[in-house]
Ligand binder design. Structure first.
Ligand code: NAD
Ligand code: UDP
Length: 316
């Protein structure tokens, strides 16, 4: 495959840094665009000396003029703590960021991928969630800056697709974890592993019966590339995640067990609008992308824990 010039917005973040690594390993030129709002520069330091890697400090809520063949639009804080920290900026990043990236794609004729989210389904009344489900989102709740921002971004992507014939690829990502997660981003996997490694109390919000489906990052990046490789007219949206479903209580027990921790489990109040259940129906990804996740939660945690051990050792 000839080398392409590929822009990854949010490229220094958790998923973005893995994507940059993968695209470079396949011989592409990668332009990483990030304003470092919710990431750690250490994620991409090892890529700096690669002549095919270029980094621009830039906020996607402002226009960007570059020449590229493909765009992966990942810029947006993903953890509830980060996206609720400045909810107005989160909405701007979702909406103005999408408009700027779509405008760029239109000008240069690039195919553009949108990192959408299972949060478009809100607190789902349909289980598991299929792409045809319209969701159950509180439009004014604490999570709405992210949920509605991402829903508006999907609307923008499909508007550009219909109106301008722009080739778009929309992926709805379910909870994903792995090395390069920010150790203090407040997401459940990073929190539990950091707490377990420090023998601090493991904080389960609510009674721990709420469920999530956890996908290991390498599986997800395979899915991104498979989606980008689909025929020009296939836009999605496609659910991207691991259909294995676990309660948060089960996750806590597994992390304690695998780290050999002395941590006790404590319960804290459940945040407002916290979805009760979440599991992707991935039939469409299987059919259209020939993709399904291969890494079990056990294996994925075993690959992730050493990363957090290094973080703890470095004083995080
Ligand atoms: P992350 O917070 O680690 O990465 C997001 C990156 O975007 C960060 O590097 C951040 O600095 C950057 N960013 C934020 N606002 C920006 C702006 N205005 N301009 C430029 N850069 C900006 O999160 P992640 O887990 O890597 O998520 C990446 C994308 O995938 C996000 O769009 C997120 O909504 C989506 N997603 C992730 C998950 C998951 O479980 N990891 C699930 C669903 C959707
Ligand atoms: N959670 C928890 N303890 C924590 C962090 C999160 O019990 O220390 C719960 C949270 O309330 C939610 C689930 O774990 O029910 C997943 O939370 P996360 O923030 O990772 O992502 P979400 O899927 O809610 O966006």
């Amino acid at each position: 495959m000839p080398a392409k010039r590929i822009l990854v917005s949010g490229g220094a973040g958790f998923l973005g840094s893995h994507l940059c690594e993968r695209l470079l390993s396949e011989g592409h030129d990668v332009l990483c665009v990030d304003n470092f709002f919710s990431c750690d520069k250490r994620n991409i330091l090892h890529l700096r000396d690669n002549p095919r890697f270029e980094l621009i400090r830039h906020d996607v809520t402002f226009p960007l003029y570059v020449e590229v063949d493909e765009i992966y639009n990942l810029a947006c804080p993903a953890s509830p703590i980060h996206y609720q920290h400045d909810s107005v900026q989160t909405i701007k990043t979702c909406v103005h960021g999408a408009i700027n990236m779509l405008g760029l794609a239109k000008r240069v004729g690039a195919t553009i991928f949108q990192a959408s989210t299972s949060e478009v389904y809100g607190d789902p009344e349909e289980h598991p969630q299929k792409e045809s489900y319209w969701g159950n989102v509180n439009p004014i709740g604490l999570r709405s800056c992210y949920d509605e921002g991402k829903r508006c971004a999907e609307a923008l992507f499909f508007a550009y697709h219909r109106q301008n014939g722009l080739p778009i690829k929309v992926g709805r990502i379910f909870n994903t974890y792995g090395p390069h997660m920010h150790p203090r981003d407040g997401r459940v996997v990073s929190n539990f592993i950091m707490q377990a490694l420090r023998n601090e109390p493991i904080t389960i919000y609510g009674d721990g019966t709420q469920t999530r489906s956890f996908c290991y990052v390498d599986d997800l990046i395979d899915c991104f590339l498979a989606m980008m490789g689909t025929e020009k007219d296939f836009a999605g949206p496609v659910n991207m995640g691991n259909p294995g479903e676990f309660t948060i209580g089960e996750l806590a027990a597994r992390v304690v067990d695998m780290t050999g921790s002395r941590s006790k489990i404590i319960h804290e109040p459940l945040p407002a609008d916290d979805p009760r259940q979440r599991r992707p129906d991935i039939a469409l990804a299987r059919e259209k992308l020939g993709w399904e996740p291969r890494i079990t939660l056990e294996e994925g945690l075993a690959r992730t824990i050493p990363w957090f051990e290094k973080m703890v050792a470095s004083g995080e």
